[in-house]
Write a protein of this length. Structure first.
Length: 443
């Protein structure tokens, strides 16, 4: 079967084609392709590559439904190369080597290039990726990989250095509208109806920048609407659209890069004292199925790392949030998480405690391990007392304000200052107290 053979549709009985709508209306030429103008527009790298018929190995990195597979197929169509396609989920080293063997034969016998497209290449392990190296480097195959994950983490360095990475972006509302109109005008099954869509914006909102999701949702919505009305006129209501999608797709891959992007945005929003942004990213994670205890744990860390002694109560709030989230569970835990996130975002900030321990640990790692000063040592035995353990130690509570000047650090470090309190929140009072106590010494 030809790679791009169209699925036929019977207009008479209006039975949907075997292939999904997204497959049926897939672009057949570069000019039909919608979106990704930064790489496929006039004068851009991929278009120049096709116009000059100079293939190079590529990795397409981007979210689902933005054209990675379509671009690979279009490159195959526009080049005089044999096209092979593997899915990393179901293929192994043996499949890769079979393609390489065919590619070597083509190159030697008829001087014909071979293009290998690997979908979800991030799912290939190191051995599977290693199997590609020699053939890609020698030009036996031209590799096109598609991935939704950051190739810097998921593709081995040697293979990454032999390819060019192109980042594909989520489709805009205008892009989706163009694709939707093209489908309505060209697909035989859709054309067999007179279709009215009550709210196109809602359809595109549910898609979240994913053309495949939008088209397959449209197909389901048409089937739902047509099942209730035997006439040629099909009215797709907002209820049909919501029913087709069931629930808006929340872009949050719990094990992929988007997971780290969103938790990063959440943390940085709280650190930046923006409770509104913090709640939004919290909602994104919860809608995407993130473990609420993971979120709560990250807030416990932030309470010390970014708020610290500017508001010591923040750690109490965050710790109680984790405990309550564990006890209560979803969906009610969303309220507890929101209360904690908004409090932490609104609290005064200080990373002084975080910076203090890091600086102290750097000194511990890089400087000699000094002995504990004698006056700070414990002296539980007579021998230790004879060796002056604890001698000349001054008990702080015996002095005014519970403070007495004495050295607590080893001799070589006694002028070191690790904790540098800020002027924020309650930490300002700690700073003033320490400055007053130590005004005649290291502070």
């Amino acid at each position: 079967m030809d790679l791009f053979q169209e699925q036929k549709t019977s207009t008479g009985n209006r039975q949907a084609a075997t292939a999904p709508l997204a497959e049926r209306v897939r672009p057949k030429t570069i000019d039909e392709f919608v979106g990704q103008h930064h790489i496929i527009g006039e004068g851009k790298p991929l278009r120049l590559m096709l116009e000059q018929k100079q293939l190079w190995s590529i990795i397409f990195w981007g979210p689902p439904g933005v054209g990675k597979t379509t671009l690979a197929r279009l490159i195959a169509l526009h080049s005089d190369a044999d096209f092979y396609q593997l899915n990393a989920v179901s293929s192994g080293v043996k499949d890769v080597r079979n393609v390489i063997t065919k590619a070597e034969r083509n190159l030697k016998t008829i001087n014909r290039q071979s293009l290998l497209f690997i979908d979800e290449i991030h799912r290939f392990n190191k051995a599977q990726q290693d199997a590609l190296l020699h053939s890609v480097e020698e030009g036996i195959i031209t590799l096109i990989g598609a991935t939704t994950e950051n190739p810097s983490f998921e593709v081995i360095g040697p293979l990454l250095s032999r390819t060019r990475v192109y980042v594909l972006e989520s489709l805009t509302k205008g892009d989706l509208d163009t694709i939707l109109e093209h489908a309505l005008e060209t697909d035989p099954w859709l054309k067999s109806y007179t279709i009215t869509i009550e709210d196109r914006d809602l359809l595109m909102l549910h898609a979240g920048g994913d053309a495949r999701s939008m088209l397959n949702g449209l197909e389901t919505a048409v089937q739902l609407a047509a099942a209730k009305d035997s006439t040629d006129a099909v009215y797709i209501s907002t209820e049909h659209i919501s029913e087709a999608f069931q629930q808006r797709y929340a872009k949050h891959d719990k094990s992929g890069e988007e997971h780290f992007n969103i938790i990063s945005a959440f943390i940085k929003s709280m650190r930046g004292s923006d409770p509104d942004a913090a709640v939004y990213w919290l909602a994104r994670m919860l809608e995407g199925g993130e473990d609420p205890k993971f979120i709560a744990r990250r807030m416990v860390i932030l309470a010390s790392e970014d708020i610290g002694n500017a508001d010591p109560f923040a750690l109490v709030v965050a710790t109680n949030c984790f405990t309550a989230t564990h006890y209560i569970g979803m969906p009610e835990a969303r309220i507890i998480l929101s209360q904690c996130a908004t409090y932490l975002a609104s609290a005064p900030k200080s990373n002084a405690a975080y910076m203090a321990i890091d600086q102290a640990m750097r000194d511990v790692r890089t400087k000699p391990a000094e002995p504990v000063p004698l006056h700070l040592r414990n002296a539980p035995t007579a021998l230790m007392k004879e060796l002056n353990y604890g001698n000349e130690y001054k008990y702080a509570h015996d002095f005014n304000e519970g403070f007495v000047e004495q050295d607590y650090l080893p001799e070589s470090l006694k002028q070191s200052i690790y904790y540098k309190p800020t002027d924020n929140g309650r930490e300002a009072a700690l700073k003033e107290r320490l400055n007053n106590l130590w005004k005649n010494k290291k502070r």
